[in-house]
Ligand binder design. Structure first.
Ligand SMILES: C[S@@+](CC[C@H](N)C(=O)[O-])C[C@H]1O[C@@H](n2cnc3c(N)ncnc32)[C@H](O)[C@@H]1O
Length: 469
């Protein structure tokens, strides 16, 4: 379908003023206003109010209600702009989404959201209110300190800020940690429904503090619709202390240094090491490359650890699979960087697909190929048991005889779990070692072992397919 540009689309309209109908034409101006041409030739003064605007869009009359006219320099006969005064409509959505979407729609849920607090345990309310008071005191203090030295030269400012982060910041983080432990104890016996309800309430209370932290802001707002997108992963891997103010830096530093974030950095190294140590088990013929599939590859940061010399680049033939085109683009950018740095070519295929395709596609190997090594980090934590079982069993079919597979999953004992769920709105499927092992079905001969990375937050199921099945 070809889409008309916003500025091109002129729609017939009728304005009503004191029961008089005025023929008009309107066109897109901004999301929440339209340009208007009066067809009766009248010059209406600035701020004229109209009782109603009806626009004909996609052969339908759409009644948009009262609006106000502001004069602007005439261009192509358009006399000025109309803004809605009662319901505020999104004109872009009307034109392209074809939905009558009012800015106030979000308020429809308001009674339900306000009622939410009636189902919150008193002890939890007390905890939250106590915490928000303390956070506001701390934030004020850090913000006031920032004011004190804001006129210093940039390098002096940076040195002062670092000193504050290392001293008062560290004291604040000790306090913050203690309150997290307390939160953990408070919700330890909650059902999953209680966690969801109290987590929602909690985030409404600490929202302004969440928004100060670059990573927590992203995990909560989920601009790509899910937690764990490649941009969040990049923040964790790069471990840079982001933020405009001292407080925002501290609120970013804490989550990217928590055990679960360290586990993510550890797994990147663990994958590269496992690949290097298992490769000799699959001797290759001349000119053959070691075929590797990364499932839900994200930004593929681990390729930095794996490809250290031009010779390394000649060894592998990668297939990077992810459902998210932006993640694949970031992976491709990273491969490009590696190629430039090493002055070598990396053999990579990019597959934009969902692992759910496996559940419906027969003969997957003819579609995706077969591999010496298949790995997946940060995917199984999002899959329900039936889907995880089907995906793992299908991935196993893609292994060549003697090939290895390694898949990660956060362990039920993850000490950052409550923090991730309550502050970061990042909910995972946690598993025990047995639950992870039981995901692999129809592979009785496979050699399986579960290993942990150093923090113990995350485990990995390592599987070798027998050479002679
Ligand atoms: C937490 S990130 C992990 C990325 C990377 N493996 C890492 O460890 O850095 C999760 C990735 O899984 C991808 N993903 C989630 N569900 C998927 C699905 N059903 N099929 C393919 N990719 C999926 C997301 O797009 C995202 O890039």
């Amino acid at each position: 379908m070809t889409r008309m540009s916003k500025t091109e689309h002129i729609a017939p309209a009728v304005l009503v003023k004191a029961k008089r109908k005025i023929p008009a034409e309107v066109k897109y101006s901004t999301r929440f206003s339209v340009r208007v041409k009066f067809m009766d030739g009248t010059l209406y003064p600035n701020n004229t109010r109209f009782d109603n605007l009806t626009v004909t869009l996609h052969n339908k009359d759409v009644k948009l209600g009262p609006c106000r006219f502001t004069t602007e320099p005439h261009i192509d006969g358009f006399a000025g702009r109309l803004v809605f005064t009662d319901q505020v409509y999104d004109y872009h959505e009307l034109l392209y989404g074809q939905k009558k979407w009012a800015l106030q729609n979000s308020f429809l849920n308001l009674p339900f959201i306000l009622d939410h607090k009636k189902q919150i345990h008193q002890q939890f309310m007390d905890y939250t209110s106590d915490l928000t008071y303390d956070l506001s005191v701390y934030k004020n203090m850090f913000d006031s300190l920032d004011e004190e030295y804001q006129d210093e030269p940039p390098d002096v400012r940076a040195a002062i800020q670092q000193a504050i982060i290392d001293t008062e910041g560290a004291t604040f983080l000790t306090y913050f940690e203690e309150r997290l432990q307390e939160l953990g104890r408070l919700v330890a016996d909650f059902s999953s429904e209680e966690h969801e309800r109290h987590g929602f309430y909690f985030r409404r209370q600490v929202w302004s503090y969440i928004m100060t932290s670059a990573i927590m802001r992203r995990t909560n707002l989920k601009p790509r619709g899910y937690s764990g997108d490649s941009e969040m992963m990049r923040m964790i891997y790069q471990k840079e202390v982001l933020g405009d103010t001292t407080f925002s830096k501290i609120m970013h530093k804490h989550p990217i240094e928590c055990p679960a974030a360290q586990a993510v950095r550890n797994r990147r190294i663990l994958i590269a090491q496992t690949l290097e140590t298992t490769r000799p088990a699959n001797p290759l013929s001349q000119n053959e490359r070691f075929k590797v599939l990364s499932v839900a590859c994200g930004p593929s940061f681990e390729l930095h650890d794996l490809l250290k010399s031009p010779k390394d680049c000649e060894l592998y033939d990668f297939t990077l699979l992810d459902q998210d085109a932006s993640a694949l683009l970031e992976a491709a950018t990273l491969v490009d960087e590696v190629e430039k740095k090493l002055d070598a070519k990396v053999k990579v295929d990019y597959l934009q697909d969902s692992v759910r395709t496996m559940l419906t596609t027969r003969q997957l190997a003819s579609k995706w190929g077969d591999f010496h090594f298949v790995y997946s980090m940060g995917l199984f934590d999002y899959l329900t048991p039936p889907v995880a079982r089907a995906v793992l069993t299908n991935l196993y079919q893609l292994l060549k005889p003697g090939g290895y597979m390694i898949v990660g999953n956060f362990h039920v004992s993850n000490p950052s779990r409550v923090y991730m769920e309550y502050w970061n709105d990042w909910v995972l499927y946690y598993r025990t070692e047995e639950e992870l092992q039981h995901l692999l079905q129809k592979a009785p001969q496979a050699d399986q072992v579960v290993v942990f990375e150093d923090t113990g937050c995350q485990m990995f199921l390592r599987i070798q397919k027998p050479r002679d099945p």
